[in-house]
Design a protein around this ligand. Structure first.
Ligand SMILES: [Zn+2]
Length: 866
């Protein structure tokens, strides 16, 4: 028996192997792997299913499909890249990548050599899916598209495979994809079926995950830019989104004005061509409701990195269903108020309105399959044009053009050297060449010391460096002459030196300096400890990393106190603070024993309020607190309603959200009289009619409904009365009245025609003697986004103190501001004493998208102010 068995085993093994080969020889249909058709009603894939499909596709057709894990997401999921091309191209992938890199930097490249590379090269197309996790269709469409591309042998598919290298990121936010799939599956059959989840669909940033493409703070952004964009320099990047239920069925470019003047006009022409070709393919297939040149503008590098790196950005926005649940829409419900078109009218840019009716996930997948194919096909067909223009854009970037400075300088004498190093590293991550001078030099008649950083604008990505370092002059666009402002799609400014508080000098004339290229990430210049024999050391709060160092010391129970000027006094031997001085470049100065009177600090017990109506600012706040090692705990409605907050918290922070969201939250599914459809209420300032998926307002399961309610408001009031501090950011300032702060917002109810600041950098004056202003300069740039500006009533002059105030002249530093006179001399950060505690109102956004390092100190001070 034994011998027989032994003889059978090899035969079985061979058979198994043959069977495996047979299975591997074909790409499985999506249904075979996932168990349902892509776009089927009420079916969403989770991330394991998605990557499982692409892994099987790569195993089934290894010559034409490559699956790679680029790294891990914020929550530890695999972040995937799928590469697809003809077998011949795939065999020489490294060769084509090198060729592309050579064309990307045309310095030292002869025309002859360039022509050869252009003839030989392939067009590189990157398609990215589901950056916004409730816009669920594109990942499913991509699965089906890859299957069709590789299994249906058509002339178009052959051309695409031959002429392009197709890079696919199946999801830019796999964590969110799972969060939404999980929430959706639980919601099936309930009244809230198809609602967006009552939490951010990314641990920190939620919907703002596509506003991070110049600061690169999040793992997913860094993987995509660092390992896809910067490696492949794609000519075309197609980012797939969805918009509201009632919009046109699909948007494709051309974009609306304004176009950032730093984007090469060649890219604008190419994007117009490709976008309208895609719209024409949709029309050819009989798809109605396609709109171009509406809603979405071409301003703001936070959304399109590639547009400054030789590639164009294609966006499609498809109308949504309720996740995977179909909706029925009447024609009369379709949007008439969006920028650039009416969904009910036939116009040149929206020639064939959709008549209304049922709209389901499969409809979106159908539109997206056509759009993906069109994008790839027209790029393949125009392969040589895209390569030639890519090369020319790189050459243009090396040349001077009207108004282009010669360079920007970052001198070494910075108030906060660690933040200056961070800014230069952020620029370097965006492929900006940074040099450091070895000797003193002169620029525009001024002297600069050795060690000055130089960012020349004679480099391949000078448009990127320029847009990030200069001050934005946003055009004064009106809906009609003399009318209200035309709302920008996002914000209007992104000047890094102002955001980060880094001294930077623009140089007009070509400069000569002996300098060398910075080749690795910068660290702050070494700090120092002076007078090592003392028992205590003084640390000024001028650098944001001083707070990080203090948090670390407090965690180790090292005694730290704060003197009457805000300096930290650390009682520890020099050896204990040396590593902090080294890591953060901090200056510690020895003190005589007992030379200072100072208030002892303890680790602040910070509570961050998290509403079930997700606030991206709340997520960014947590991110910033973690970066600077502030301990905190999340407070939900029930935690606050339970009261006795002083027992567990010193400071409670409420991020940017409206008073109504804080107090009322979502309506409960138990309440009557509400439509179950998503209601487009509570947009962020300026977000109304942006065409984004409208924020859902209910109903929700009981546990997520109701906001703070009366009990919560009372508990917070009591917390302040008994000595707690509440910090309110931007719109949350309106909640101050519930806590007994009587202050007037002078901008409340003012029409946008009279006042408009949709995300701009403004000058503020800081009272540096106030404990909240310690460590700040007397003047700073602050992020202001339709926030409040205050008038302190005479009766409250003793209890409400201004901390930061707008100057008496126009405060605009970068971006767009209408009605600046309404801001003159208005307090914008105030400290209100209530009972034994404080309420701090921030009309600015001090930790905006983890970018506004220049005002972090104000926020950090407020967390030690109790
Ligand atoms: Zn989106």
């Amino acid at each position: 028996m034994r011998q027989k068995a032994a003889a059978i085993v090899p035969v079985l093994a061979v058979l198994a192997l043959l069977a495996a080969v047979a299975v591997q020889a074909a790409i499985p249909a999506p249904r075979q792997v996932l168990g349902f058709e892509m776009g089927e009603d009420r079916k969403l894939a989770d991330w394991n299913q998605v990557i499982g499909y692409f892994q099987k596709a790569a195993a089934g057709d290894p010559e034409r499909v490559k699956y790679a894990e680029l790294g891990k997401t914020t929550d530890g999921r695999p972040f995937a890249l799928v590469t697809i091309s003809s077998a011949g191209n795939m065999a020489r992938l490294e060769h084509y990548r090198g060729l592309q890199a050579r064309l990307a930097d045309p310095r030292g490249l002869s025309e002859e050599e360039a022509n050869r590379l252009i003839r030989e090269g392939k067009a590189v197309v990157l398609i990215t899916c589901t950056v916004h996790s409730t816009e669920v269709a594109s990942t499913l469409a991509a699965i089906e598209y890859v299957y069709r591309l590789l299994t249906e042998d058509t002339p178009r598919h052959r051309l695409i495979l031959e002429n392009t290298i197709f890079l696919l990121v199946p999801s830019l936010n796999p964590d969110g994809l799972d969060m939404v799939a999980d929430w959706y599956r639980k919601s099936l059959g309930a009244r809230w079926e198809g609602s967006p989840p009552p939490f951010l669909y990314h641990r920190y940033v939620g919907h703002d995950d596509n506003r991070d493409w110049y600061m690169f703070t999040q793992a997913e952004t860094r993987l995509t830019v660092g390992q896809v964009h910067n490696v492949w320099h794609p000519h075309v990047v197609y980012d797939m989104h969805q918009m509201g239920l009632y919009a046109a069925r699909m948007f494709t470019p051309p974009w609306l004005d304004p176009v950032d003047p730093n984007i090469d006009p060649l890219l604008v022409s190419e994007v117009n061509m490709l976008g309208t070709a895609m719209a024409a393919d949709l029309a050819t297939a009989g798809k109605k409701g396609v709109v171009v040149n509406a809603m979405y503008d071409y301003w703001g590098p936070a959304r399109h990195y590639q547009s400054y790196h030789g590639g164009l950005r294609i966006l499609t926005e498809a109308a949504s269903a309720r996740l995977a649940t179909p909706v029925d829409i009447r024609f009369e419900q379709l949007d008439t108020g969006a920028l650039g078109y009416s969904a009910q009218q036939a116009t040149w840019n929206h020639p064939d309105p959709w008549p209304g009716g049922a709209w389901r996930l499969r409809d979106i997948v159908d539109y997206e399959l056509i759009a993906m194919e069109a994008c790839l096909f027209y790029t393949a067909q125009n392969r040589e044009m895209f390569l030639r223009n890519f090369y020319r854009i790189g050459k243009n970037a090396l040349e001077p053009w009207p108004g282009k400075p010669a360079a920007f300088l970052v001198p070494p004498d910075q108030k906060d050297p660690a933040t200056a190093a961070k800014m230069l590293n952020v620029l370097r991550f965006g492929m900006v060449e940074v040099q450091q001078s070895k000797k003193p030099f002169t620029a525009d008649g001024a002297e600069y010391p050795a060690g000055t950083y130089i960012i020349s604008l004679e480099q391949p990505y000078s448009p990127w460096a320029k847009t990030m370092l200069e001050r934005q002059k946003y055009p004064d666009l009106r809906q009609y002459p003399g009318g209200p402002p035309k709302r920008p799609y996002d914000v209007t400014a992104h000047t890094l030196p102002l955001l980060m508080g880094v001294k930077t000098v623009e140089v007009r004339n070509k400069l000569e300096a002996e300098a060398e290229l910075v080749r690795s990430d910068l660290v702050p210049p070494p700090g120092a400890i002076t007078g090592a024999s003392a028992a205590a050391f003084l640390l000024q709060p001028t650098s944001t990393s001083a707070f990080q160092a203090v948090n670390r010391l407090l965690k180790k129970q090292v005694p730290v106190s704060r003197d009457s000027r805000g300096n930290f006094v650390v009682r520890a031997p020099a050896a204990a603070i040396k590593p902090l001085a080294d890591e953060f470049g901090l200056q510690f100065r020895a003190l005589e024993r007992g030379a200072r009177r100072a208030r002892p600090l303890r680790p602040p017990r910070i509570g961050v309020y998290q509403s079930y109506v997700p606030s991206m600012d709340e997520g960014w706040t947590r991110f910033v607190l973690e970066q600077f090692e502030f301990p905190y705990r999340t407070l939900y409605d029930k935690d606050i309603r339970a009261g006795k907050l002083n027992e567990s918290c010193d400071v409670i922070l409420i991020a940017d959200m409206s008073r109504r969201v804080i107090v009322e939250g979502y309506p409960s599914a138990g309440q009557r009289g509400r439509d179950t459809g998503p209601l487009p209420a509570e947009p962020r300032p300026g977000e109304r009619e942006r065409g984004e998926l409208p924020f859902f307002t209910g109903p929700m399961p009981e546990e997520y409904a109701g906001g703070l309610g009366e009990a919560g408001v009372r508990a917070l009031h009591e917390f302040v009365q008994q000595g707690g501090a509440v910090v309110l950011l931007n719109r949350a300032c309106a909640f101050g009245s519930e806590l007994g702060v009587s202050i007037k917002n002078v901008l409340s109810g003012v029409a946008t025609r009279e006042f408009y600041a949709p995300g701009s950098l403004l000058r503020i004056q800081v009272d540096t003697r106030h404990p909240l202003g310690w460590g700040m300069d007397a003047e700073a740039a602050a992020w202001f986004e339709q926030g409040p500006a205050f008038e302190i009533p005479a009766s409250a002059a003793d209890t409400i103190k201004p901390v930061a105030t707008f100057p008496e002249t126009n405060p605009l530093l970068s971006g767009w501001l209408l009605g600046d006179n309404l801001l003159h001399k208005r307090p914008v950060v105030v400290d209100a004493q209530v009972g034994r505690g404080h309420v701090v109102l921030f009309g600015i956004r001090p930790q905006y998208r983890a970018q506004s390092h220049g005002t972090y100190t104000l926020l950090f001070n407020s967390l030690f102010y109790f």
